[in-house]
Design a protein around this ligand. Structure first.
Ligand code: FAD
Length: 447
């Protein structure tokens, strides 16, 4: 189908940029609008406060990004990102058990979030017909008199007068604070159903000089929170010869930002490598803090009425507890979906997109919310399935301390390569049952 018309994207962060990649095959003009101006260097910007914190790119996300932007991995490598074998080169601790490591084809990239965004932005802006308008806030939607079709957006540029911009399609990639629910209400649409799971996560991140011999020569650490010790930690390499260390507390527990408190907190994690690193390595900056109150999923697919000419995308559709590192991957998979739907035409696009995007989100949402429901303080429905899966996973983590096949199966699921049901297959279950009979060795149990 030949490209035609104009698409406008609200937000030029990773969600908006990946949406633009999907749109460019079907629209002759794609305009990204952002209230920020993109920095010339890969550094933090105001509109993406999470950008200072460790961003893990899951293996599925890396694959999807490569499909959308071939050779992006080679480009990231050239810019200083470190390829990481997510099973072989990371110390994984689940429920305090150290997963037995093994070589794998699950490859991630260690890099800062601004570097990834910059590399993607440069590729997207080089595509024909794509343009970014910076310093420009979208303040509302334009619609036909009967409200049945969105026809553009209202703009408030940082300098200059309020304006409007017409479009054949508007994509809201404005992040978790998306104003589409309000704008749709103004057009007379019913309120979108919203699922919200309060997790009260507080992130604190600090960067350190990377040197030979640190982390027992591995490239990262991931120490998951568990009931009774709701503390999480991750270490990941970044460009510029550094490690970023993020520690996080959940349900309102906030890691300290002062030097001694940060070290104490890092040392209290199940993975001893995090504490060792922050005690010995040279810090490069001060710890920074960010709060993430709740996972939020907006069920646009359940609305009986929705205007033509509008889509909601990425975090604006679903914002997941970041400790599972899924947001960019879900955005990239949504971009692949949008591209394939547009290739078949624009008829009833919103209905087709929301229905299929809901299926993309179901797996990551069930992993994030299901795992969060292990903590008694998290409110939500603990169905028998959630309770069974969590009890089963606790056993899998014990067995994975010895059995690398189980670690690999678990990592393929959390990297969104395999569906969660894969862990309940007979081959995996048998290994979990056999593994339970063996006691974990002392070295596999963290303090
Ligand atoms: C602390 C934290 C850690 C995270 N860690 C990970 C991780 O490890 N791995 C991972 O995959 N994901 C992670 N995420 C999620 C990830 O950051 C997002 O999924 C990803 O950025 C895609 O989001 P987005 O583009 O939809 O929204 P955002 O990144 O929030 O961007 C929204 C953009 O829209 C612009 N904007 C908003 N409103 C308007 C408006 N009205 N007009 C104009 N512009 C507007 C903003 O300036 C911004 O540029 C993390 C999130 C948090 C909070």
């Amino acid at each position: 189908m030949a490209a035609s018309g104009r698409a406008v994207v609200i937000g030029a962060s990773l969600g908006g940029l990946l949406a633009a990649r999907a749109l460019v095959d079907s629209f002759t003009e794609v305009i990204l609008l952002d209230r920020d101006a993109p920095p010339a260097e890969p550094v933090h910007r105001r509109g993406v406060p999470q950008g200072r914190h460790v961003h893990v790119l899951l293996a599925r996300g890396r694959q999807a990004l490569e499909c959308l932007l071939p050779e992006l991995g080679a480009e990231l490598y050239r810019l200083g990102a470190t390829p990481v074998d997510l099973h072989g080169q990371v110390h994984w601790y689940n429920d305090g058990h150290r997963m037995r490591s093994a070589r794998s084809d699950l490859t991630g990239f260690g890099m800062s979030r601004p570097l990834l965004e910059q590399a993607v932005r440069q590729r997207i802006l080089a595509l024909p017909g794509v343009r970014l308008v910076p310093d420009c806030e979208v303040t509302g939607l334009l619609a036909t008199a009967d409200g049945r079709r969105v026809t553009g957006v209202r703009l408030a540029p940082r300098e200059g007068r309020a304006a409007t911009l017409t479009a054949d399609l508007v994509v809201d990639a404005g992040g978790r604070a998306s104003r589409s629910p309000t704008w749709l209400a103004e057009l007379g649409y019913p309120a979108v159903e919203q699922e919200r799971v309060e997790v009260g996560v507080t992130y604190v991140t600090r960067r350190y000089r990377r040197e030979d011999g640190q982390l027992e020569d591995k490239l990262g650490v991931l120490s998951n929170a568990m009931p009774g010790r709701a503390r999480y930690g991750v270490v990941a390499p970044q460009e510029g010869g550094r490690f970023a260390v993020t520690v996080a507390g959940i349900l309102g527990e906030a890691p300290p930002v002062d030097e001694a408190g940060f070290i104490r907190y890092a040392t209290s994690l199940a993975a001893p490598q995090v504490g060792e690193l922050v005690r010995q390595a040279q810090p490069l900056d001060e710890p920074v803090l960010m709060r993430f109150p709740a996972s939020v999923r907006r069920r646009y697919e359940r609305l009986s009425r929705f205007p033509d000419g509008l889509l909601i995308f990425a975090d604006a559709l679903c914002s997941l507890n970041p400790v599972y590192g899924q947001g960019i991957t879900v955005a990239a998979v949504q971009a692949l979906l949008l591209r394939s739907l547009l290739a078949r035409g624009r008829h009833r696009l919103a209905r087709r997109f929301f229905r299929r995007a809901a299926r993309v989100i179901d797996g990551p949402w069930s992993i994030a919310v299901g795992t969060d429901l292990r903590f008694p303080g998290v409110t939500g429905r603990r169905t028998w399935k959630v309770r069974f899966v969590n009890a089963y996973l606790a056993r899998l983590h014990v067995a994975a301390a010895r059995d690398a096949v189980l670690g690999a199966a678990f990592l393929r699921v959390v990297n969104l390569i395999d569906p969660p049901a894969r862990l309940l297959g007979p081959d995996v279950m048998l290994r979990v049952l056999l593994g339970r009979r063996q006691r974990p060795s002392a070295s596999s149990m963290a303090r």
